[in-house]
Design a protein. Structure first.
Length: 210
């Protein structure tokens, strides 16, 4: 039996996933969380085979939660389930340790198949994501400016775009305010921007936040 934990801040999504997986043979939902804090508490109680993780969570993002899961002594396999298309976060999620990435608009049967493959130790990628991976490997993909950012720089970008103050970002990421300021300067330089407002506009245009 494959044990699954669901992480999403929308009750309807959790209910739909629970019903979907409840009718799938060999899969058992052993817990649900709505944010990073409740996920962290849940992981102390249960040891799932697969975590189905939304990328857009309140507080710490799904990517931050993914990074935290990778640091566990026995990290679970993670399927990222997001409202964002594969070309927005798919490659970044895989590079950060996810075993698969799906858009929430996919056919429900695809979610079940992805969980089964991931539980068996295989990555699950859609044809669109496979093309992105191939382009990335062969160097044929036109790089977007934000794709040159490190994971930490991306975290800082998203938090600034959400209107968080540098002091709040520093506390969230366990960094000094000075270090966050250095990251902000690097981001502005790499994206050829000059202010937090422009950073927020960039993130909206590229569908990095909603």
């Amino acid at each position: 039996m494959t044990k699954v934990v669901l992480v999403d801040d929308h009750t309807l999504i959790l209910r739909g996933l629970r019903e979907l997986l409840g009718s799938a043979a060999g899969i058992s939902v052993v817990g649900e969380a709505t944010d990073y804090g409740s996920l962290r508490a849940l992981m102390r109680e249960v040891h799932p085979d697969v975590v189905v993780l939304d990328i857009n969570l309140p507080g710490r993002s799904g990517l931050e939660a993914l990074a935290a899961l990778q640091e566990l002594e026995q990290p679970p396999r993670v399927l990222m389930l997001s409202q964002f298309a594969e070309d927005q976060y798919g490659l970044r999620a895989l590079r950060a340790g996810a075993m698969g990435y799906l858009n929430k608009s996919c056919d429900p049967s695809v979610i079940v198949e992805a969980i089964r493959q991931i539980a068996a130790g295989r990555k699950y990628v859609t044809s669109d994501l496979a093309h992105l991976l191939l382009d990335a490997v062969t160097g044929h993909a036109p790089a977007k400016p934000h794709e040159t950012l490190s994971e930490r720089e991306m975290q800082v970008l998203l938090l600034i775009a959400q209107g968080k103050r540098l002091s709040v970002i520093a506390e969230r990421l366990v960094l000094s305010p000075k270090t966050v300021s250095v990251y902000r300067a690097r981001i502005l330089e790499k994206l050829s921007l000059s202010s937090n407002a422009e950073l927020a506009g960039y993130a909206l245009r590229h569908h990095l936040i909603d």
